[in-house]
Design a binder for this molecule. Structure first.
Ligand code: C2E
Ligand code: MG
Ligand code: MG
Ligand code: MG
Length: 292
């Protein structure tokens, strides 16, 4: 029995290769076909996970996370369908839809009287490589009547290393619209200090595996600490993802992290629940000496 890393099943998980694999391949082919029709037929939705600014202690924005409601299989999570969408090319449709939907939601939150929120949208390396991302961002924001400066685009380190110059140029165009650029899952890829310095980047999102190491043991948080220091020395905001405990929050605050996101503050929820969370008391006390 051969072991292989089951990419679609997510990082660090292994599956056993056996005759059932044939069925899996067939299922995969069907999944590709289903994805193609799903994009245009209202089967996707976005959930939003709150992002908390540590200076003010308030929710200042949210990350948009896609969900697929498959007519037969029910809820399908991104770790299952994003890799399939990337290898089959349907990711472009999904990412563009997500941009449009996130802009419409910003307008919806405004109409509900909420303070001006930011929204972060995940964009795959493949979509970035197409080169016309700025056009889509511009037209999505315009159609919804929102300022593109309220958008953030999250890309992984890998997206910036393949076709590096092309990707940098596209990001530059997107950033020129006022959109901020975040490097997602920072620390799990290959971006070098030198590369980060020349890329048009505003924020680093520390991968949750490093946040999980902040469990109070002496030295365990040193990698996260080094990442925050690196980000700050480059003049970047540092966001920690996957914050689950008060202990992790305290450690991140002490390290000088600027924003946090994770189950401690809220799981990804439908847009109207974000509205209730924003209206509730700030989840974290403001930093002393800072206006809130
Ligand atoms: P990501 O961008 O790194 O998003 C964070 C993931 O971590 C989300 O999983 C979120 O639900 C989960 N998470 C958040 N807080 C916690 C926590 O405190 N603890 C734990 N254990 N997990 C937490 P999700 O929603 O399943 O998304 C998985 C990945 O799928 C995302 O990772 C992103 O890379 C990708 N993705 C999601 N939506 C889109 C999309 O519209 N376009 C593209 N291209 N990729 C997307
Ligand atoms: Mg993300
Ligand atoms: Mg992430
Ligand atoms: Mg991730």
């Amino acid at each position: 029995i051969a072991m292989y890393a089951a990419k679609a099943a997510g990082r660090n998980r292994f599956a056993v290769f056996e005759p059932a694999m044939h069925e899996q391949v067939v299922a995969q082919t069907q999944l590709v076909r289903d994805l193609r029709t799903a994009a245009g037929s209202g089967q996707f939705s976005l959930l939003y996970q709150p992002q908390v600014d540590l200076r003010s202690g308030r929710i200042t924005g949210a990350e948009a996370l896609a969900r697929w409601h498959h007519p037969l299989h029910g809820l399908v999570l991104p770790d299952t369908f994003i890799p399939v969408a990337e290898s089959s090319g349907t990711i472009d449709l999904i990412d563009d839809w997500a941009l449009g939907e996130a802009c419409r939601q910003l307008a919806g939150w405004d109409a509900a009287g909420l303070p001006r929120l930011q929204v972060a949208v995940n964009i795959s390396a493949r979509r970035l490589a197409r080169g016309d991302l700025a056009d889509t961002v511009r037209s999505s924001a315009r159609a919804a009547g929102v300022d593109p400066a309220r958008l953030e685009v999250e890309i992984t380190e890998t997206a910036t290393t393949s076709c590096a110059d092309e990707a940098a140029r596209t990001l530059q165009e997107v950033r020129a619209l006022g959109v901020s650029i975040a490097i997602d899952d920072f620390g799990t890829g290959h971006s070098s200090f030198g590369r980060l310095r020349v890329l048009p980047v505003d924020r680093l999102k520390i991968d949750r595996s490093f946040v999980a190491a902040l469990d109070g043991r002496a030295g365990a948080g040193s990698i996260a600490g080094a990442m925050v220091a690196m980000g700050r020395s480059l003049g970047l905001d540092v966001v920690a993802e996957g914050v689950e405990t008060a202990e992790q929050l305290d450690a991140l605050r002490a390290l000088g992290c600027s924003s946090v996101q994770g189950w401690l503050f809220g799981r990804p929820v439908p847009a109207d629940e974000i509205a209730s969370l924003v209206r509730a008391a700030p989840p974290v006390p403001a930093l002393p000496g800072r206006p809130s």
